[in-house]
Ligand binder design. Structure first.
Ligand code: M6R
Length: 374
């Protein structure tokens, strides 16, 4: 039941700290630096000699796959390809013996994702699943799996399953990085320490961003179009923010890489267009800082044309707030953990806007929770 929340979606948004904690529980130990993924069922040799990871998934799970690509390529230095599961088989994908297939799905019953898995099995590569349902069709056919322990997700809009998928992908990336020695153990351990307190930071993000998002929803619920911008690992979160909004509020929304604006979408900007910008940074990470600085100039391009910017920033940021109309603050974190934290306000923004518009939040029109046809 809804436990006093107005909708399942809101309840599930608030369950995320617990969902992430349960997904990490028993798998990581910051004190010992140990990571355990017994369900993976891959030999040390298979992990060490893997040459590529092929990810296929749909919708929100596809966005998690894109985050996974950034994490795996950065931490493990292994090439990763991410496909929409519905497209995978139609490009006659090239599979080689040292590839590993990775399917991501909340339900584990999505027809397109199952079809992509069959294609991988036919291509003779091992498949892994990241799935929220223990005995789903996907997990049964997979050689190995990581269960996200988010608990049943009722709202059609996926929320807690998404952040739990990213937590699972972080664990997988760190585990591979350890096996392949692509990160110093101290760096692994430092992220493990941060992961252990991540649920607390998520609680903080919920607490501080909810009232701001509720207020912004009143201002922006009449918008007909909304853009979401992000760079690097934040770009898939921009896509996810746009999907959440369009799915439950029926407002046209698009996610774009911030740097692509000048190649076309800038033409859309006028004083009626809300632009949500992911402008977070990890001050200790030069790549993250560089990305942030570039995003700042993208924000200036939007404000110069009258666009109405809502920026997601980390605590203590003053550079962005002096440039834009609205900011939403989340706790500081390492770059790899920021996607989980910045997802929270985007979900809340979509939720409050949909409520403001009187939409059926848990059961949006034309959509099913689990898509069992191709
Ligand atoms: O169960 P799955 O994760 O395989 O579902 C994939 C998509 O159908 C799903 O994420 C969909 O995009 C959500 N409604 C988005 O909120």
């Amino acid at each position: 039941e809804k436990n006093g929340y107005a909708h399942f979606m809101l309840k599930e948004i608030y369950e995320q700290p617990r969902a992430v904690r349960d997904t990490l529980r028993g798998r990581i130990s910051a004190a010992s630096g140990h990571i355990e993924l017994p369900g993976l069922d891959l030999s040390h040799d298979e992990i060490v000699h893997a040459e590529r990871i092929l990810i296929a998934s749909c919708g929100t799970s596809w966005h998690a796959g894109l985050v996974g690509k950034f994490l795996l390529e950065r931490m493990v230095r292994i090439p990763v390809e991410v496909d929409y599961a519905s497209e995978f088989r139609y490009r006659r994908p090239i599979m080689r013996s040292r590839d590993i297939g990775l399917l991501i799905s909340q339900s584990g019953e999505t027809a397109d994702t199952l079809a992509a898995q069959l294609e991988m099995i036919a291509g003779d590569i091992p498949t892994l699943s990241i799935c929220n349902v223990v005995d789903a069709a996907l997990t049964r056919k997979a050689r190995g799996s990581i269960t996200t322990n988010a608990g049943p997700e009722i709202g059609v809009a996926s929320t807690k399953a998404f952040t739990a998928q990213i937590a699972a992908l972080l664990t997988l990336s760190l585990y591979f990085a350890q096996c392949r020695k692509t990160m110093p153990q101290e760096a692994v351990q430092s992220i493990l320490r941060e992961l252990e307190v991540l649920p607390k930071a998520m609680e903080e993000a919920l607490r501080t961003s909810a009232p701001v998002c509720a207020r912004l929803a009143k201002i922006f619920s009449n918008a007909t179009d909304v853009l979401f911008l992000g760079r690097g690992i934040h770009y898939p979160i921009a896509l996810e923010g746009a999907l959440k909004l369009k799915e439950i509020s029926y407002i046209h929304a698009e996610g774009y890489p911030a740097g692509e604006m000048k190649h076309g979408p800038n033409a859309l900007i006028d004083e009626t267009l809300p632009v949500v910008c992911l402008a977070t940074k990890d001050g200790d990470d030069p790549d993250s800082v560089l990305k942030y600085e570039k995003t700042l100039s993208n924000i200036q391009e939007v404000t110069a044309r009258g666009g109405r910017v809502i920026a997601i920033v980390v605590e203590g940021d003053t550079a962005v707030s002096s440039l834009v109309e609205h900011t939403i603050t989340i706790p500081r974190a390492s770059e790899a953990l920021l996607p989980i934290l910045e997802t929270v306000p985007l979900q809340l923004l979509a939720y409050f806007i949909a409520v403001e518009k009187g939409c059926d939040v848990d059961q949006p029109r034309n959509l099913a929770k689990s898509v069992t046809v191709e």
